[in-house]
Design a protein around this ligand. Structure first.
Ligand code: ACM
Length: 260
């Protein structure tokens, strides 16, 4: 399977321009799955609920989902990407899953970071897997990384790969995702953005989008500052081997009777 990410630098509020930017970045690249950042077409730093609602879209049905589905058809790839979603007046920090044959599903971020709590509702959909090009793919969004239960739940449900749209402002995530991959023996594609947003406070997005394998190897990591697209070949069988030694199975050795 060939998986990749787009690391972009959106301009806050310029959805159409940012969508065009991503389409231009993707030119000449091919993969089975591309992961795009959290809120990749709107920008990140909403001031309040009114503002996030003003840029939120229906999933499916909105401009961003439709544009991504058109791109997915054109380049014959699946795409997982973050966007603000409106549903009956509630706004979620969501990710859409779409592909060459159309819309597939969505995930709503369950662990909201800092000021996001004033702009979004907490996610209310289960952590589920999507069938993508022969892989079981789970989705989590940015700050979900800080709660190991998120990746663990996806892995226990059978994820081969975790798609992780992000807008990283905390320095530890790229390294922490190595641990998430090791402790669950899964692949992870973290797609981050770059640039600074200075709306309420100055936020510097740290880039370093990456693909990590179940042994904790960084297969590719992008720069901290540039827009980039990268694709790597992965062997899903690696994620399906849960024995660490002939006597240690990463899930069956868990001592649930000792955990809370
Ligand atoms: C984040 O969750 N976007 C930091």
């Amino acid at each position: 399977m060939r998986v990749g990410f787009v690391q972009n630098k959106p301009i806050f509020g310029n959805v159409l321009e940012n969508l065009e930017g991503v389409e231009a970045l993707l030119k000449g690249h091919s993969a089975d799955l591309f992961v795009l950042p959290e809120l990749f077409a709107t920008g990140y730093q909403f001031k309040d609920f009114e503002e996030s609602r003003s840029l939120a879209e229906q999933v499916p049905g909105g401009v961003t989902t439709s544009a991504l589905t058109a791109i997915a058809k054109k380049i014959d790839a699946y795409i997982i990407a973050g966007l603000p979603e409106i549903d009956e007046n509630k706004v979620y920090n969501s990710a859409v899953v779409t592909g060459p044959n159309g819309y597939i599903g969505k995930y709503r971020k369950i662990h909201l970071f800092d000021t996001e709590k004033a702009c979004f509702q907490k996610g209310d959909l289960p952590l589920q897997l999507f069938d993508i090009a022969g892989a079981k793919v789970g989705v989590m969004i940015c700050f979900d990384w800080r709660f190991p239960e998120t990746a663990r739940t996806l892995a226990l449900r059978g994820a081969d790969l975790i798609a992780h749209p992000s807008n990283l402002v905390l320095a530890h995530c790229p390294q922490a995702m190595i641990t998430r991959c090791l402790e669950n023996r899964v692949f992870a594609v973290t797609a981050d953005r770059v640039g600074i947003e200075d709306r309420m406070e100055s936020l510097n997005f740290i880039g370093q989008s990456q693909v990590v394998d179940p042994d904790g190897n960084i297969l590719i990591r992008a720069s901290k500052t540039e827009e980039e697209v990268h694709v790597v070949e992965i062997d899903l069988e690696k994620a399906r081997e849960k024995f660490l030694t002939s006597k240690n199975h990463i899930f069956k050795d868990r001592r649930e009777d000792f955990y809370c």
